[in-house]
Design a protein around this ligand. Sequence first.
Ligand SMILES: Cc1cc2nc3c(=O)[nH]c(=O)nc-3n(C[C@H](O)[C@H](O)[C@H](O)COP(=O)(O)OP(=O)(O)OC[C@H]3O[C@@H](n4cnc5c(N)ncnc54)[C@H](O)[C@@H]3O)c2cc1C
Ligand code: SF4
Length: 490
Amino acid sequence: MGKITGFKEYARELPGKRPVEERVNDYKEFVGLFTEEKLNEQAARCMNCGIPFCHNGCPLGNIIPEFNDAVYKENWEEAYRILSSTNNFPEFTGRICPAPCESSCVLGINKPAVTIEEIEKHIIEIAYQKGLVVEKAPLIRTGKTVAVVGGGPAGLAAAAQLNKAGHTVTVFERDEKVGGLLRFGIPDFKLEKWVVERRVKLMEEAGIIFKTGVEVGKDILADELMKSFDAVVLAGGSTIPRDLNIPGRELKGVYFAMEFLKQNNKRVSGIPYSEEDILSTDKDVIVIGGGDTGSDCVGTSNRHKANSITQFELMPQPPKDRTEAMPWPTYPMLLKTTTSHEEGCTRMWGVNTKEFLGDANGELRALKVVDVEWETDVFGRPVKFKEVEGSERELPAQRAYLAMGFLHPQKQGLLEQLGVEFDERGNVKAKEGQYQTSVDKVFAAGDMRRGQSLVVWAISEGREAARRVDLFLMGTTALESKDAESMYAF
Ligand SMILES: Cc1cc2nc3c(=O)[nH]c(=O)nc-3n(C[C@H](O)[C@H](O)[C@H](O)COP(=O)(O)OP(=O)(O)OC[C@H]3O[C@@H](n4cnc5c(N)ncnc54)[C@H](O)[C@@H]3O)c2cc1C
Ligand code: SF4
């Protein structure tokens, strides 16, 4: 423990952000860095708990009190070694993770939690600056080959680990660049793309082969893949969006959020696209769905200079503080005001969309909506809703972005050709902890297996699946696991 009285002396602080009026004019990240003194103080707030609940809150099992201590002592090599022993990509999670570790931080019982996510970002950026982040090709190759389908965080983590174990790894990605939703979903103002490219370059230097613009199941059929590789990891994400099949859905101006965000990410990176421009400029925008994807549509629309932006959520407004139904150290479903919301947006809860209304040219002109009232269970959790009589009205909108989540992976193509079984939600069936699908030598990880989730879970699943593949190929494995005793053996 760095400083015994640190948690009493220092308040939680976060680095400054660029002012809203400035940052909405560009797509650059806007969260700054701590000064050396502030970083030291924030790390000093960690109490090095006897039972560090933060470990448990983190899907990667990050060894948090130990790296906080190393940061306090300014031992950057040690801090980087500890952090990278459990997390392949702290530069991603340090920027965009909702930080479940902070929700379970013991200090959070009666004070604001330790700023674990920011400390993580500082460790990795300092490590890059000091030249500590080097990925070396393994000294010995096993002669085994593994195909990873999908270059999102799950596929990248699996590839990094399998390469470390000495296997020859090829990552197939159908997009023109690797990164999955890190590259084409999440906007630059949350995660600039050079951050992804910096990591991919290191992985290439370590011997991982990337084949972009290749859709497995179309450009390479499943049979060929199975014949050419000793094992396959499916990490294709959960890509089928939830639709809103109400009258007027076909109108021009109604888009899935990912149509809007993917095109914008390409535009910002100068990658050509063939579809018609989707712009929020001078439009009244309504975003349907209150999660991360919806919030990214808000931030992007502000940068397009929309006339107005409204975000709907069908569920009631969540509480600001923990309730009996979400006690510490569980991850609480609290009201989340993102940096995109801070930039300007009207938020409405308990609103249901009944119809998209168009003009004579087939273009969206308004949404017909109604307020809903929720019935709750004994813990106050919403279970059933009914419409509020007389609340039906029209709200003007020329753009509506559907951000209501994703149903399951694309089955057509590769998954159908392989004949993998699906679970009851339509995701690829592979037991948690095993990652083996119903087809021999085929494993699955990330959103494709667990359904729409988080980057930190994708990395965790990629690592764990790699360990299982290594065991399958070699009969033994030295790869770390968050569940194994090896986690503490650094
Ligand atoms: C807009 C948006 C914002 C988000 N914001 C956050 C956030 O702030 N924080 C957070 O933690 N999570 C966020 N998420 C969730 C997070 O991005 C995902 O949980 C995570 O990226 C899943 O990783 P994955 O590797 O499983 O899948 P993906 O990232 O979806 O990657 C799958 C890759 O597989 C490729 N692929 C699919 N099929 C094939 C095929 N047959 N052949 C070749 N390639 C194929 C796809 O092109 C894609 O590149 C967000 C999601 C969205 C949509
Ligand atoms: S729970 Fe919080 S205070 Fe305790 S060790 Fe983890 S980060 Fe430090």
